[in-house]
Design a protein around this ligand. Structure first.
Ligand code: ADP
Ligand code: AMP
Length: 216
């Protein structure tokens, strides 16, 4: 099975994808995570991406498209299926993805758009924190670790807040992506594979809806 998980920043893609990739054994490909890892390791890609991600802008399409193309061509993807998270984010990326999948003889089974109001997104991003060791995502009010200051997944006590989740960066990211995501939704609506779900429900309820779409 090959799926896309779409939504504006803070919609819950990372939170839901942790559960989906475990239950459905899909290869999880999150372009934001790939860029953050490259920036941390100061690779050529990281140096290029940093100026864009720091300002909440999108990394240019040609860079992002070739990165995803390379990743989709790896064996684990054809063996297990994939879940793309945070890609495509422009119509150009959606068209490049269509072409790549066509070349690989793969198809998309479902596109899930997690719909959340802009003000709710701001509130979520301002309270988001992440485990530095394993990348698990939490929220100080809505999704805290079960034991204070201890990651549920790996037991680490080392958390951080993303630089681009600072309030002055958040509005720009949301506005920019609202504009670029609209034509992509139309694109997949026309293809008959778009599922829009209400992302303002609880984490468990959103996941139940996703399972309903993907099948038990
Ligand atoms: P994305 O990957 O789409 O940017 P995240 O999965 O990181 O979003 O979620 C953003 C923040 O909102 C995190 O702090 C997360 O714990 C919280 N969150 C995710 N889903 C929900 C939900 N359904 N209700 C309340 N908070 C949520
Ligand atoms: P995310 O973790 O998905 O919120 O992404 C973090 C940042 O990485 C974004 O603000 C962009 O700068 C960059 N990024 C992630 N995915 C894409 C994409 N598909 N196209 C362009 N830039 C992206």
């Amino acid at each position: 099975m090959n799926i896309l998980l779409m939504g504006l920043p803070g919609a819950g893609k990372g939170t839901q994808s942790e559960m989906i990739s475990t239950d459905y054994s899909l290869v999880h490909i999150a372009t934001g995570d790939i860029f953050r890892e490259a920036i941390k390791n100061e690779t050529e890609l990281g140096l290029l991406a940093k100026s864009y991600t720091d300002n909440g802008n999108l990394v240019p399409d040609d860079v992002t498209n070739s990165l995803v193309k390379e990743r989709l061509a790896q064996n684990d993807v054809s063996e297990n299926g994939f879940m793309l998270d945070g890609y495509p984010r422009t119509l150009n990326q959606a068209e490049a993805l269509d072409k790549n999948l066509n070349d690989l003889n793969e198809t998309l089974d479902a596109v899930i758009y997690i719909d959340v109001d802009k003000e709710v997104l701001k509130d979520r991003l301002s309270g988001r924190f992440i485990c530095r060791n394993c990348g698990a995502t939490y929220h100080k009010l809505y999704n805290p670790p079960k034991v204070e200051d201890t990651c549920d997944t790996c037991g680490s006590h080392d958390f951080y807040q993303r630089e681009d989740d600072k309030p002055e960066k958040v509005s720009h990211r949301i506005e920019l992506q609202m504009d670029s995501i609209r034509p992509i939704l139309e694109h997949y609506q026309d293809a008959g594979i778009l599922h829009q779900i209400n992302g303002e429900d609880s984490i468990e309820s959103v996941y139940r809806n996703i399972r309903g779409i993907l099948g038990e």
